[in-house]
Design a protein around this ligand. Structure first.
Ligand SMILES: Cc1ncc(COP(=O)(O)O)c(C=O)c1O
Ligand SMILES: N[C@@H](CCCC[NH3+])C(=O)O
Length: 471
């Protein structure tokens, strides 16, 4: 770590290619083996939103995973990294016509449609291009995942997906649908008597897809949220979506061949987190899917999964250099030492966004040699925000001094991906490390930004332009 910091400077994101590959392969093999025992195949998509560069795309494809993208930019990165478009998925609750056209043109394997209006848009664009769009429908199964509200995505009152719950006449969308349906009178809408007849948004979406000649409806997608430990939520979601697929079969005579259960598997940020091994999650899910399919007399579909954090999160570490140290009285007789480092919320906004906890270790030689007592500490960044916390509560040795090196583990996911230039801090370098023939190697996979990079995108008036009088 000290050598990396010396070579590349800090703050520094360090990504272990070996850990990434091991975890990517581990997830793929765990899901493949669990579901082969219940007689079906699986595809594992790496969720690119967690951390994506062309180099990462190469690791993903070499390990036999597919790629989940959530924007035109992520899709472009996948293509630039050499991913077969057929092995890519495009997500998003507000895809632009340009993004959809690009996906159709490139031959992206699945477009995960998020809303009723999007079906119309995808269908129209596919017709214009003379192609058939491969579509999955994202539904919200109404599962309340135990995680931070901002990263839970399967309950009703949020922006993603289409509800499986029957619509009520009071719903704005439902009222529109009823108004469009000539078999229902305005009076029925007004007094709500047609409500029981009204199908869910998800069922109406299936109906629209089935009717469209340029849409090939392949299956259903759901994603209950992120950083989830309990397998029950995933199993419950699978059960509800499979029940819906059986209803689709009954209503439309169509047996959808694909079920995508998204990602969301939690990782350990601190010792308090207890993630389950991939094999355990996969086995539990395979059992739940098989059990539900038996009950419904529905053939087990092809399954897909989209882990992001669980693959890249533990592969990343951020290195910081200690700067200012300050003791603050918390209450009489109790002090907290504030340890400021040379980065913060611009390279990791997760603590301020989600109250996320991290751990920290001293990463230079002193880490191993220190005889200093542990001191109650908080590691903070250098930004103009008091919420700019890196590690909320920790103990660091009393002899910690400016210039020491700290390492924060488990920063591989949603740190670089969410980074910013707040306070004009250039984004740090990302260096990938691996072991070849017993030798550690490192190389830059994303060059750190310089001030010139930041100025390069701005109009800069010549220094001799006149000041506004009086200013
Ligand atoms: C549709 C979808 N798939 C996959 C993921 C990846 O989630 P995670 O990184 O928690 O595995 C997300 C993010 O929550 C998502 O929205
Ligand atoms: N950005 C979130 C995860 C969002 C997952 C994408 N839907 C996090 O850092 O935990």
């Amino acid at each position: 770590m000290a050598k990396l910091a010396e070579t590349y400077g800090t703050p520094l994101y360090v990504i272990s290619e070996d850990t990434f590959r091991d975890r990517a392969r581990g997830f793929r093999e765990a899901f493949e083996s669990a579901f082969s025992r219940v007689g079906t195949e699986v595809s594992v998509y790496f969720a690119g939103k967690s951390f994506l560069t062309p180099e990462v795309v190469r690791w993903v494809r070499e390990e036999g995973l597919n790629l989940d993208t959530a924007s035109g930019g992520e899709m472009a990165c996948g293509l630039r990294g050499g991913m077969d478009p057929a092995r890519m998925a495009l997500h998003g609750n507000n895809k632009s016509a340009a993004e959809i056209t690009r996906a159709l043109d490139a031959g992206v394997g699945r477009i995960v449609v998020d809303s009723l209006p999007e079906i119309e848009l995808v269908g129209r664009l596919a017709r214009t291009l003379g192609v058939t769009a491969p579509v999955m429908l994202r539904v919200t199964p109404g599962v309340h995942a135990e995680t931070h509200d901002f990263i839970a995505t399967a309950h009703e009152d949020q922006k993603f997906g289409m509800s499986l719950a029957p619509a009520r006449a009071t719903d704005a969308q439902a009222a529109d649908a009823l108004a469009d349906d000539s078999s229902v009178s305005t009076q029925d809408v007004a007094d709500g008597s047609a409500a029981a007849e009204l199908p869910s948004a998800a069922m109406r979406a299936v109906s629209a897809c089935v009717a469209h000649p340029n849409i090939d409806l392949q299956g259903i997608h759901c994603h209950i949220g992120s950083q989830i430990f309990a397998a029950e939520g995933f199993a419950q979601a699978a059960e509800r979506v499979l029940t819906f697929m059986a209803e689709v079969r009954e209503k439309f005579g169509v047996q959808l061949p694909q079920l995508d259960l998204g990602g969301g598997y939690g990782i350990a940020y601190t010792e308090a987190d207890t993630p389950r091994p991939a094999q355990e999650i996969a086995d539990a899910l395979a059992q739940a899917v098989q059990g539900t399919c038996r009950l419904l007399d529905f053939p087990v579909p092809h399954l897909s999964f989209e882990p992001g954090r669980a693959i890249v999160g533990p592969a990343g570490i951020t290195l910081y250099t200690v700067g200012t140290l300050k003791a603050v009285t918390v209450e009489p007789g109790q002090a907290r030492r504030y340890v400021s480092v040379d980065g913060g919320m611009s390279d990791n906004p997760r603590p301020v966004l989600y109250g996320a906890d991290y751990s920290v270790v001293v990463a230079d030689a002193k880490g191993g040699l220190s005889t200093g007592d542990p001191v109650f500490s908080r590691v903070v960044g250098k930004h103009c925000e008091s919420g700019d916390i890196v590690v909320n509560t920790t103990y660091l040795p009393s002899d910690l001094t400016a210039g020491d090196l700290l390492a924060v583990p488990a920063t591989g996911a949603y740190c670089w991906a969410l980074s910013s230039n707040y306070n004009w801090l250039p984004r740090p370098t990302v260096v990938a490390v691996r072991t070849v023939d017993g030798e550690g190697q490192s190389r830059v996979i994303v060059r750190g930004e310089t001030e010139d990079d930041l100025f390069a995108r701005m109009s800069v008036e010549p220094a001799d332009s006149p000041d506004v009088p009086g200013s």
